[in-house]
Design a protein around this ligand. Structure first.
Ligand SMILES: *[C@@H]1O[C@H](CO)[C@@H](O)[C@H](O)[C@H]1NC(C)=O
Length: 196
């Protein structure tokens, strides 16, 4: 009767030799193993020409009142002029015009965090979740740096879902107005994005 140890050693030996064997096969064959295979782009409708679209809307950061859409989830560190370290979660309305009561085309959902110790630079991580027309249910994902006191801030569009699968592009943010009493802000967003 072989010992337990011997069987375990044999098992690992076989395992390792299997790996060595498959590693020595051609790279073409490796691309078709188990969990990945190349497919025709027609199957996903990606043979169509890519479109370039320009979206323009307004982003409302409502921090005041009974029904804020932007709330502090991590407060700033005490000795910071830039609220360094603070994080706000947002579910901000996106509207066609700068007025809050203009048509809502979606929401900006995510968070932003103060990421700089000597000026107000935010790390923005948010999804634009659209609700309008053929874009209803589709999202664009923004991840970037927002130096809020600069005139125009550019942030990458790193991807999307629904009609925005495989999307890429950039968003430009330009502050439209800030109410210095309530601290509510309205920011114009211009988004250029490639998608199918
Ligand atoms: C968007 O889609 C949802 C879910 O399918 C639906 O309930 C809603 O009425 C749609 N909104 C618009 C503006 O078409």
């Amino acid at each position: 009767m072989p010992s337990k140890h011997f069987l375990i050693t044999l098992f690992f030996f076989l395992l390792i030799s299997c790996n060595t064997l498959s590693a020595s096969t051609s790279s073409e064959k490796q691309d078709t193993v188990d969990f990945v295979r190349p497919i025709d782009r027609k199957l996903l409708g990606l043979n169509k020409k890519e479109k370039l679209s320009h979206f323009k809307f307004y982003w409302h950061d409502i921090v005041s009142g009974k029904n804020p859409t932007s709330i502090v989830v991590i407060p700033p560190s005490l000795n910071s002029n830039t609220a360094f370290g603070s994080v706000r979660m947002i579910d901000n309305p996106l509207t066609l015009g700068p007025q809050l009561n203009s048509k809502i085309v979606g929401k900006a959902q995510g968070f932003y965090a103060s990421a700089c110790k000597d000026e107000v630079d935010l790390l923005m991580a948010m999804n634009f979740a659209f609700t309008e027309g053929k874009y209803n249910g589709s999202t664009l994902t923004i991840l970037g740096r927002n130096a809020v006191f600069h005139k125009v801030r550019e942030m990458p569009v790193i991807g999307g879902s629904g009609v925005f699968r495989f999307a890429r592009g950039y968003a430009e943010a330009n502050t439209h107005s800030i109410d210095f009493k309530s601290e509510d802000a309205c920011v114009e967003y211009n988004v250029h994005v490639f998608h199918y």
